[in-house]
Design a protein around this ligand. Structure first.
Ligand code: FES
Length: 181
C-alpha cells in the first residue's frame, strides 16, 4: 500500500506554510540541473555527428579522387620478356635510316646503313635521352649533351660513361627481327 503521509508537494508545503521553496522545475535526478545535463548530451551528439559527416566526406573524397589518381599514374604494364621479336616490316627501316622499337624493357634503335642492319639500345648511357641515327655523320647522336656513338654502340665522343647495349638484328620473312645478343 502506498504511503501518502510523507508526501510533500510544493502546493501542500506552501499551504502548510512549511519551509523550503519547491525545487526548481529544471532539476533532474541526482541534483544536476537539467540544462547542464542536456548541454553535455548535445555536445556528445554534435561530436558524433561531426565524426559521421567527416567519415562520409572522406569516403566521398577518396572515391572521387581514386579514378583521377589512377588516370594520372596508370598501373605499370607487365612486359613479357622474350629472346627474339619481330618488331616490324622490313620496309620500316630503309637504307640510311634508323627506327626505335620497344624490345623487352629497352628501347632499341635498328639502323640500316648501306644494307647492314644493326640494333643497339637507344637509351643514352649518360642521362637516358634517346639517340637518333645521323646518316650524314655515320653515327648515333644524343640530342641532350652531345654524346656520339658508332652504329654498333661504341663511344665516339661525349660525356657518356658506357657504350650502348648491343642486340642482334636480322630480316626474317620480310620482317625485322631483334634478339638478345
Ligand atoms: S643524355 Fe645523352 S649525352 Fe647526356
Amino acid at each position: 500500500m502506498a504511503q501518502t503521509g510523507n508526501f510533500k508537494s510544493p502546493a501542500r508545503m506552501s499551504s502548510l506554510g512549511q519551509g523550503a521553496a519547491p525545487a526548481s522545475a529544471g532539476a533532474v535526478t541526482g541534483g544536476k540541473p537539467r540544462e547542464e545535463g542536456l548541454k553535455g548530451v548535445d555536445f556528445e551528439r554534435r561530436g558524433f555527428l561531426h565524426k559521421i559527416v567527416g567519415g562520409v566526406g572522406a569516403v566521398v573524397a577518396v572515391s572521387a579522387l581514386y579514378p583521377v589518381v589512377r588516370y594520372i599514374i596508370p598501373p605499370a604494364k607487365k612486359i613479357k620478356i622474350v629472346n627474339e621479336l619481330a618488331v616490324g616490316p622490313e620496309s620500316d627501316v630503309p637504307n640510311g635510316t634508323g627506327k626505335i622499337y620497344q624490345f623487352n624493357e629497352d628501347k632499341v634503335i635498328v639502323v640500316n646503313h648501306g644494307g647492314s642492319l644493326t640494333a643497339v639500345s637507344a637509351v643514352c648511357t649518360h642521362l637516358g635521352c634517346l639517340v637518333h641515327w645521323d646518316e650524314a655523320a655515320n653515327e648515333l647522336a644524343c640530342p641532350c649533351h652531345g654524346a656520339k656513338y658508332k652504329q654498333t654502340g661504341q663511344i665516339i665522343s661525349g660525356p657518356q660513361p658506357l657504350p650502348l647495349k648491343q642486340y642482334n638484328a636480322k630480316i626474317g620473312d620480310g620482317k625485322i627481327v631483334v634478339s638478345i645478343a
